[in-house]
Design a binder for this molecule. Structure first.
Ligand code: 4UW
Length: 549
């Protein structure tokens, strides 16, 4: 019998994300409530301004480009308060927002633009050199690049000036959508194997995950638009990027729906984080494990009063129990964990704040409406307490990868479960523990690094015969790091200098988070099975031995 969420089911409305966010008859907070706040400039959007800006941008986009249902706009930007008004403009037209990591090289971005069929790019002035190079590579005309954020450029229009053409389009001509079929977001994930693929998230997927989350966070985690510490309601610091599903749903969208304030940071910096927490009286944060580590250990933290923070939610990668304990000892802030994937919009399990100490190490319980099972290698269901692969079913689970119908059989089981590629177990109370990963993926500080991408590049090096990239463990930074095991062409000298040369050669071609921080190791052969399939687990064991994990 599959495991059912211990929380009662919730009703998922059959509506698109725009309707769910902006067209409800009653809202528990006022429309002039400030939602997105820029701590550097003081610029902000209230709930009503977010809607109005999105509406004007959507009308402008349709007037200027004929942007319509089914079209895709590529977002290539770090966090800015303009992010949400811009993607809601896209949704108003009936289009989907594709998000890309602003650390990407032009080639990495061009791949995603082409793969998603993006009609244009929205970016910030600082990212224009990469955005323009990628647009050329992807065949996107340069006048289809628009800006958001505070910077300006003479050649490129800002999204606020695209809005000027809005009056040609009626405000009541919003696209009619089928929430269960039409896409709201296209985020990229390598899934269980291979190169990044477009994760199709329908409007229903995202609305469902918000309804599932709101129930838990409102009832059990005390999030509210009124309340502690200043009576003005909960306030979150958005350190996580909005281009990643964790920041997109759990911060940008959840904040707007619940009337929680979101102080938006363009990029993580520990001292700035502490300053903002103290000044803005931040009450909760969603963060990846390396930031939990900084809060546990970094001396800077002692200079600030962080007592407004009620709890922290860590996720996107494994977190050590000891760090959770250290944060409590030092700051008296509970750290709980959540778990999810791009493919599940993203949250599958989340802790309740009252449980953090009792179930330290757990990622919490299934959100409402989710069914799960733990299975062995043959897909047979295992019992409570037994470790195996986690399979899930629910309204937040994506329908498949863009233009890759051939992957369906590997992605979903015959009985309709999504195979997460993660290994774990659940206890008697329904708490889930993620213990390992079956799939190829590496998570550097919560960001995806697809090994297949790095291996393909390594194999293109004339000095290399074979290669395998696996996650090594960097304890000092509480993160996985990519490490390459390489077979050199016969006669090529194996030396530290050669390892460095290969590492630098590869690092120069990839985004910051994909660099071979775990180093290069030379081996005589890469272990393979009888049919030539790479035995990644064996190579991972080699790394574990070296790292003493
Ligand atoms: N422990 C161990 C974890 C954990 C984890 C994720 O880049 P993606 O596709 O997506 C994410 C989503 C993170 C997330 C979602 C909802 C939520 O509440 C939360 O809580 C804090 C975090 O990262 O990568 C998905 C993969 O990342 C690993 C796991 O391997 C998963 O398949 N992962 N969370 N708590 N590993």
């Amino acid at each position: 019998m599959p495991v059912k969420a211990v929380y009662p089911d919730v009703v998922i409305p059959d509506e698109d994300l725009w309707t769910y966010q902006f067209e409800q008859k009653s809202k528990p907070f006022a429309e002039d409530r400030e939602i997105y706040i820029d701590p550097d400039t003081g610029r902000s959007y209230t709930w009503a301004q977010t809607k109005a800006t999105a509406l004007e941008f959507g009308r402008g986009l349709r007037a200027a480009w004929g942007f319509q249902k089914g079209d895709v706009l590529g977002f290539f930007s770090n966090n800015t308060i303009d992010f949400a008004p811009a993607f809601f403009g896209v949704l108003w037209c009936g289009g989907a927002a594709m998000t890309a990591n602003p650390a990407y090289t032009a080639t990495e971005l061009a791949f995603q633009l082409k793969d998603s069929g993006s009609r244009g790019i929205i970016t910030q002035a600082a990212f224009l050199p990469i955005a323009t190079a990628a647009a050329k590579e992807a065949g996107i005309p340069l006048d289809r690049i628009i800006l958001m954020g505070d910077g300006r450029d003479q050649q490129f229009k800002h999204f606020t000036s695209i809005r000027d053409t809005a009056n040609k389009i009626s405000p009541s001509s919003r696209a009619r959508l089928d929430p269960k079929k039409d896409l709201a977001f296209l985020v990229y994930s390598s899934g269980t194997t291979g190169l990044p693929k477009g994760v199709m998230l329908t409007h229903t997927n995202v609305v469902a995950n918000l309804v599932q989350l709101l129930d838990l966070d409102g009832k059990y985690n005390g999030l509210h638009h009124t309340g502690e510490p200043d009576g003005k309601g909960d306030k979150q610091l958005a350190i996580l990027p909005f281009f990643h599903i964790y920041g997109l749903t759990c911060i940008a969208l959840q904040g707007l729906k619940m009337g929680l304030q979101v102080v938006v940071m363009p990029k993580f910096d520990l001292e700035r984080t502490c300053q903002i927490i103290q000044k803005h009286q931040i009450t909760y944060m969603c963060i990846p494990p390396p930031i939990v580590l900084a809060l546990a250990k970094h001396p800077l933290v002692d200079k600030y009063d962080l007592s407004s923070v009620k709890w922290l939610n860590s996720g996107a990668a494994p977190l050590g129990k000891e760090l959770v304990e250290m944060v409590w000892q030092r700051l008296k802030i509970p750290v709980m964990q959540g778990y999810g994937l791009s493919e599940t919009s993203p949250t599958l399990t989340k802790g309740a704040v009252a449980d953090w100490a009792k179930y330290n190490g757990s990622c919490g319980k299934l959100l409402p409406n989710i069914l799960a099972k733990i299975v062995d290698m043959d897909g047979n269901e295992l019992a409570q307490g037994e470790e195996g692969e986690l399979w899930v079913k629910g309204p937040n689970v994506f329908p498949g990868y863009l233009n890759r119908p051939e992957l369906a059989a590997d992605t979903f089981s015959k009985d309709g479960y999504f195979r997460t590629g993660d290994i774990g177990y659940y206890d008697k109370k329904g708490n889930f523990y993620i213990t390992d990963r079956l799939k190829e993926l590496i998570k550097y500080k919560g960001f995806q690094v697809p090994p297949a991408e790095l291996e393909a590049k390594l194999l293109g090096n004339p000095q290399i015969d074979d290669a395998c990239v696996i996650p090594a463990h960097d304890r000092e930074r509480e993160t996985e790091v990519p490490r390459a095991y390489v077979v050199l062409k016969p006669g090529t000298e194996k030396s530290d200098a050669k390892a460095r040369e290969i590492q630098e050669w590869l690092d120069a071609q990839v985004a910051e988070h994909k660099k071979l921080r775990g180093g290069v190791r030379f081996v005589d052969e890469i272990p393979k099975n009888a049919s030539g399939k790479l035995l990644r687990r064996v190579v991972r064991e080699m790394a574990r031995k070296e790292d003493r994990v």
